[in-house]
Design a protein. Sequence first.
Length: 525
Amino acid sequence: MNTEEVLLKMIDEALVLDKTKEVIDADINGLLKVVKLSEVNDAPIVFVISNKWIGAYYLKKAEYSKALNYYQIALNKVNLHSNFSKEKFIIKTGIANSYLKMRRFKDSEKINLDLLKDLNSKSSNKEKDSLHLINSKKTILQNLGNVYLQQGKFNKAIPIIKEAAGLIKRSQYLSNELFNAAKVSSVFNLGSAYLLSGNAKLAKPYILKNLNFIKGQNKNLKTLAQCYGNLAYCEFLLKDYNSAYDYYFKSLKISKTNNYSDVTLITYKDLSDTYRKDKKWTKSINYLNKYYSLKDSIQGITVQRNFDKIRIEFETEQKEQEIIKLNQEKLLARQEKKILLIALFIAFLIVLFFMFIYINIKGNRKKETELKSLKIINLSQEIKYKKRDITRLALEISKKQELAKELSSHIKKLDVHIPLEIKTKWRKVGTIIQGHLQSSDEQKVFYENVDDINNAFYGKLEKHFSNLSKSERELCSFIRLGLSNKEISALRNVSLEAVRSSRFRLRKKLNFTSKDEVEVFLQKL
């Protein structure tokens, strides 16, 4: 056996049915267990059937709200499966009956009319005579007839009940139990409809027919007592009071013996009304007192039952509230845990983010430091090369100046020996050389380069020794470049002795005793 078959067997074991397949009793806990197992094992048909039978059980127990709830659960599942049409019909019929018992007549009427419309639209001409369709239509018509009957709409109820009775005649190939049950129900409803509408003559044949049938079955004593009561009321309307008394007492005998207090109560009231019409006042008052006494007793029992029911519902609701509260606390705890995990995850992401930023900043700083270092190295290297170029340029200028001086000296010496006709030109050459000594483009470039690389140096020098002249600051830069006295004299176009004197004065201003100290200091500055 597969899981579905096992669960269906569990449903059969939990039910107590009569021969008409109507539920008498059920192991409700067993059915609820099957519902849970059907959900766990994904068995939708078992889920539908188990909820349907729970609904039928509560309908039998007159707990109509619960019945409606379980029928609705079953219907919701059925609507998800197109192949559960048979179960859908039974469930919707159960819902219609629940509404009828709750006196929600419009809701019950709507469902029955929808079922009838759906049945007529889906059935072909060949199918209209099938056992299933006849039985289904008969059930709908009987239920719809009861809806109108209980609302006092006899003009609507009677033709529908007659149509249902006609369908029962076409269903004689049903099992004896089902046929007899349907027949009794139909005849009983038709008799009740005529009786309640005040037409005693038409009601009496149906009531007698129903009475004889039930007496022959000798099973449903409550229905028999009700039939005697209906027949008595029929005789009362026909003003045959003696016949009415006879049937009332037969009804009372059965109802009192079997403790059918609801039937007894109605019979007491009808007897009081009959005696009053028959002008037997003492007996009328006697049965009226019995009626009120029994009514008070029933109401007392009903009140106690209602009280017990309310108490049970209250306790059940309390337990449900506790369960809801526990579930909410569990849900809250799960949500808090989830929020905590999310918060931790977000915190972790934030930490990662800041670590990433920190690493990036650190990396960028490192790169910046490296770039700065590289830049400083490059600048130092550039300054070094520039110093070398300046020194080389200084040497070249010095050599050229020495050569120019030497040439100028020789021209002056030879001037006396030069013939008069070329003396002017000869002296012009001497003037050009002398001009070169006083001004040279290379010297200008040289001084510009010296100023360029010594900008920062001049600033530091000014900071420490603000009393130095421009010529002395220039001399400091020459010494820092490592130029000799001879090179400085050539660059400045002054004598060697003048350079030595300038250096001596500079040393004194800088408060140094030897020239080496001055050179070291200026190199480090």
